[in-house]
Write a protein that binds this ligand. Structure first.
Ligand SMILES: *[C@@H]1O[C@H](CO)[C@@H](O)[C@H](O)[C@H]1NC(C)=O
Ligand SMILES: *[C@@H]1O[C@H](CO)[C@@H](O)[C@H](O)[C@H]1NC(C)=O
Ligand SMILES: *[C@@H]1O[C@H](CO)[C@@H](O)[C@H](O)[C@H]1NC(C)=O
Length: 257
């Protein structure tokens, strides 16, 4: 139990990062139903929700590296709840068999913050549940500036209380020009080509949403990675850019997707 708690704190510490405020939660989101987000998973360390993840195929899911890096060699500690609107009930809980973190992942800079999760064959083939893969972007596909994107998860609901949401939440954000975002976040390390930014007034993703999906027109363009504060008008949220060639190619290499 103590170790578990420590891990939860560690995740928090990592997500806070060097510059003391890298965290993610859906703030001011709307209630979602799994019917409309059938690719959404709750990633659990033993029984505790720590992050989101997304279904890619019958046997693969994707999340942020900072969610699972410390348990990469003990994947049995990680389970996924699929097919449920609710963080703590319904759907089906399934074990993770293998965790593959991107070889270029850097826990300090959060660069290449992406991991693939392998489950038993056909685990996500569940016509009896709301479980369905989401499409990946094409290799090097660009994300236009100011696109409407949807981010979802069970993360904390406000900056002040550490209270995960019971119901799935979602919110809409707008993609931010890369150079502008790099400038905004310069004192926090800036953004690399393996990242992109999105923001909106008084709504955001935050802690507990990490690893979860950000989609544009039904395409999984990114994974919730880091931010400075929550819904802070000066700081956009940062996402792992899945179309970036060294990431997209690595995904294809492992999953054939
Ligand atoms: C975003 O806008 C900037 C500045 O107008 C431009 O240089 C850049 O190419 C745009 N990015 C995309 C992906 O369209
Ligand atoms: C925590 O969130 C739930 C809804 O998900 C709400 O009913 C409850 O009042 C919240 N607790 C606190 C302390 O904010
Ligand atoms: C971000 O800005 C830094 C300088 O502040 C620069 O070295 C880096 O290449 C920029 N990254 C991108 C993706 O534009």
């Amino acid at each position: 139990m103590q170790k578990l708690l420590f891990f939860a704190l560690l995740i928090f510490a990592i997500s806070i990062g060097e510059n003391n405020a890298k965290k993610f939660r859906i703030v001011n989101g709307k209630n979602g139903l799994i019917e409309n987000f059938p690719f959404q998973l709750s990633l659990r360390l033993r029984t505790i929700h720590i992050c989101g993840a997304s279904v890619l195929s019958d046997s693969w899911a994707i999340t942020a590296a900072h969610c699972v890096h410390d348990v990469e060699h003990t994947p049995r500690e990680v389970t996924l709840r699929m097919g449920s609107t609710w963080r703590t009930r319904d759907g089906v809980i399934v074990p993770v068999q293998q965790i593959h973190t991107h070889p270029s992942y850097n826990a300090e800079t959060m660069n290449f913050d992406v991991s693939l999760l392998k489950v038993r064959e056909n685990t996500f083939h569940r016509p009896d549940l709301y479980v369905k893969p989401i499409k990946l972007p094409g290799l090097s596909e660009k994300i236009p500036n100011n696109s409407v994107a949807t981010v979802s998860g069970w993360g904390h609901q406000s900056s002040s209380d550490h209270n995960l949401s019971y119901q799935l939440k979602y919110t809409q954000v707008f993609t931010v020009d890369q150079v502008e975002c790099n400038n905004s976040l310069r004192i926090h390390g800036g953004v690399s080509n393996a990242m992109f930014c999105a923001a909106a007034r008084s709504t955001d993703a935050c802690q507990g949403d990490s690893g979860g999906p950000i989609q544009i027109n039904g395409i999984l363009v990114g994974v919730v990675s880091w931010g400075v504060g929550c819904a802070d008008p000066y700081y956009p949220g940062v996402y792992t850019r899945l179309a970036y060639a060294p990431i997209r190619f690595w995904i294809k290499l492992l999953t054939k997707l």
